[in-house]
Design a protein around this ligand. Structure first.
Ligand code: AMP
Length: 286
């Protein structure tokens, strides 16, 4: 695996592939690589001629500066895991490569897509994500962008951004990868208090129950039930939302939506966990 820290070196390496018409798969990450990231890398490896993974802990998407400082950066292990998953290139840009002095961020307003769910709880987060993903796509110019459905709202917003600013890249949404007990892999899982770890899979269990419940009840009953169950179990639920899987509008009447996704954000001790599950219809990556 080749490791590059400057745009120039990375682009020089990719140039012959581009000229030969090879497909370039891109997996942007913030590091602290786990099995979920590795699945994205493997999928890109299966579908693309060249797979490039980036690690860039983007300061502009952290609404809480403490979170940025606490963000894990186990670089040696990351390199090992990324190479083990079959990446061809690891791109480790320094801040000034991503945000040079003359940098001008893309202008794209996702409107209501960023006002729901994560929006009110993480002010400025999606502006930061839009800025960095656009910038990375603009530099790398991949054929395909691999993103996890774990961050459902994020991939929806990026999908709209790509369409709106007409970037020539295909967004590939990838299935959520879970630990054996159902907890979605996340860089934050290692920070869960061991005494609370056994409760963590209840988010997924509750989403599974919610899917059954939606067969007979309306969305609002399921919302209220889901939040209450998680709070009773010891979480602090920020939202237990049932949204349209395309527009992210809150579901009022389930019959009016072909794709309904249950999205959850809840604190367990001092760790904020998010997860989601398709409750009605076919997942985007099906
Ligand atoms: P992050 O490093 O957390 O910004 O995540 C980088 C990419 O990995 C994003 O596209 C995430 O959606 C994706 N990802 C994170 N966790 C998982 C998971 N458990 N399953 C699938 N994809 C994931």
């Amino acid at each position: 695996m080749h490791v590059f820290t400057t745009n120039k070196d990375m682009l020089e390496y990719l140039e012959p592939f581009r000229k030969a018409g090879s497909t370039i798969g891109f997996v942007p990450t913030m590091g602290a690589i786990h099995t979920g990231h590795q699945a994205l890398i493997k999928r890109s490896g299966n579908e693309s001629d060249v797979t490039i993974v980036s690690i860039f802990v983007n300061p502009t998407q952290f609404n809480d500066p403490k979170d940025l400082i606490k963000y894990p950066r186990p670089l040696a292990q990351d390199i090992h895991k990324i190479s083990g998953a079959g990446a061809d290139v690891l791109y480790l840009p320094r801040d000034e490569e991503v945000y040079p002095p003359d940098f001008v961020p893309v202008v794209f307003d996702p409107g209501h897509l960023q006002q729901v769910m994560e929006g009110p709880f993480r002010p400025g987060h999606f502006e930061g994500v839009i800025t960095v993903v656009h910038r990375l796509l603009d530099v790398v110019k991949p054929s395909r962008l691999y993103m996890g459905l774990k961050d459902y709202q994020q991939q929806t917003i990026i999908r709209h951004m790509i369409k709106k600013v007409q970037m020539p890249v295909e967004l590939v949404p990838c299935t959520i990868v879970r630990e054996e007990d159902g907890l979605a892999f996340s860089s934050r899982n290692v920070r869960i208090d061991p005494a609370l770890r056994s409760i963590a899979p209840s988010i997924y269990q509750t989403l599974l129950e919610a899917r059954k419940m939606l067969e007979t009840k309306e969305a609002d009953d399921v919302r209220t039930w889901g939040s209450e169950i998680l709070n009773d179990l010891g979480f602090r639920t920020e939202y237990f939302e049932l949204c349209d899987g395309i527009s992210l509008e809150p579901v009022i009447q389930k019959k009016e939506h072909d794709l309904i996704v249950g999205c959850v954000a809840a604190w367990l001790g001092d760790v904020r966990l998010i997860d989601n599950l398709v409750l009605k219809g076919h997942p985007l990556n099906a």
